[in-house]
Design a protein around this ligand. Structure first.
Ligand SMILES: Cc1ncc(COP(=O)(O)O)c(C=O)c1O
Length: 387
């Protein structure tokens, strides 16, 4: 038997089944899933629309590059046409968030003929070399210098600092809510100022919605709330209901400069991935996913804030947007993630000290109450001098 490289500490849980907002271990214990595979199963495990589309696609064609026409490609493009901002009508499919970020950066660099990117403190855009070059965490970057391009990191949510951007910058990439960086929400003023500064210096404005997109924050795309117009939008994670697929969506201007042979991917736009996107969009529309995320996100946030207020000695702050919630602790979050798991609630970290909750849209009030009770118990054990 081969062994898996240990890039992450194993969770010590053997999952044998997953459905909706739950997973079951090999002994039949049920867990509420606030991890959802780093947010990818936001539509719930085995979402029925996604499973139906995948099943049906398996009967027809499962390997076909998107430069061949197919019914599923037409359907996927139609589906995205209904949910994308009207000025971002051109897409290219990739397999992971990092790859889509990579493509966004490539598009901006070649078109601008500039070699410098700008990103923000706390940013996470992926682990491939260019995506990593705009990811801030020194732990992830260490040992990989020099990157193919230089990145200027500016303080997140600091409008003043944007003045330092100049005509050397090919693109500015930003998350409306930093996920991995600790659930930090961009202010309206900041995101608008980023767009404005991009226009002033002629840099491409890339919005990375790999984690925030597809309804999680209460709107189909989180940036819509800010009234900004990205040149390039990056999406991944939830869009295929847990099936690996991502895409970039670009403006007419970016699309008009695309050159033959400039980019490609063997599996990007695979028919199964496209079927997953079609099922994902069906679920999003029919189940009114963004509305549900907004509603349940409000409940989750208020319950987390109550628990935080009772545990002021261990909790610093609760931050959330829709169903993206973070509880910032005064110490490391990893032990709390384990102790929740022992009590059948799966969560994850965001950075070192933030406990992150990324539940699926179909989480119920009962699930939230159960999770909050478990969190309260686990936090009680964390009190100095107890447990
Ligand atoms: C905002 C953002 N961008 C990019 C990525 C990278 O996506 P992937 O892990 O699918 O490569 C992630 C993953 O967490 C992310 O949160």
């Amino acid at each position: 038997m081969a062994s898996l490289l240990k890039f992450s500490t194993p969770r010590g849980l053997k999952v044998s089944r997953a459905e909706g907002q739950y997973v079951w271990d090999s002994s039949g214990r049920r867990y509420i899933d606030f991890h959802t595979g780093h947010g990818a199963a936001f539509l719930g495990h085995r979402n029925r629309y996604v499973v139906a589309r995948l099943r049906s696609q398996l009967e027809y064609v499962t390997c076909l590059p998107p430069f061949f026409d197919s019914e599923i490609l037409e359907e996927a493009l139609k589906s995205l046409g209904r949910i994308l901002p009207s000025h971002l009508g051109h897409v290219f499919f990739m397999n992971s968030g990092s790859e889509a970020v990579e493509l966004a950066l490539k598009l901006a660099r070649k078109r601008s003929r500039r070699k410098v990117y700008a990103a923000f403190t706390g940013a996470f855009h992926g682990r491939t070399m260019a995506a990593l070059s705009v990811t801030h965490n020194p732990k992830y970057r260490q040992g990989y210098d020099p990157f193919p391009s230089n990145t200027i990191f500016l303080p997140f949510n600091n409008v003043e600092a944007l003045r330092t951007l100049d005509e050397r910058v090919a693109a500015v990439i930003v998350e409306p809510v930093q996920g991995e960086g600790g659930i930090h929400i961009a202010s309206r003023e900041f995101l608008r100022a980023v767009e404005e500064r991009c226009r002033e210096v002629g840099a491409y404005f890339i919005v990375d919605e790999v984690q925030t997109g597809f309804g999680r924050t209460g709107l189909v795309w989180s940036h819509l709330e800010y009234g900004v117009r990205p040149d390039i939008l990056v999406a991944g994670k939830s869009i295929g209901g847990g099936f690996p697929v991502s895409f970039v969506a670009v403006s007419d201007d970016v699309a008009s400069k695309v050159e033959e042979g400039e980019h490609g991917s063997t599996h990007g736009g695979n028919p199964l991935a496209l079927a997953a996107v079609v099922g994902g969009v069906e679920a999003l529309e029919r189940e009114r996913v963004p509305e549900a995320a907004g509603r349940m996100g409000g409940l989750l946030a208020s319950r987390l804030k109550e628990v935080a207020a009772e545990a002021e000695d261990v909790v610093r702050e609760v931050r959330s947007k829709g169903l993206m919630a973070g509880v910032e602790l005064k110490s490391r979050a990893a032990p709390l993630v384990s102790s929740l798991q022992e009590r059948c609630v799966l969560a994850l970290r965001a950075g070192l000290i933030v406990l992150r909750f990324l539940p699926p849209y179909l989480i119920t009030e009962r699930d939230v109450e159960e999770a909050v009770t478990v969190l309260r118990e686990a936090l009680a054990k964390f009190r100095p001098g107890v447990g």
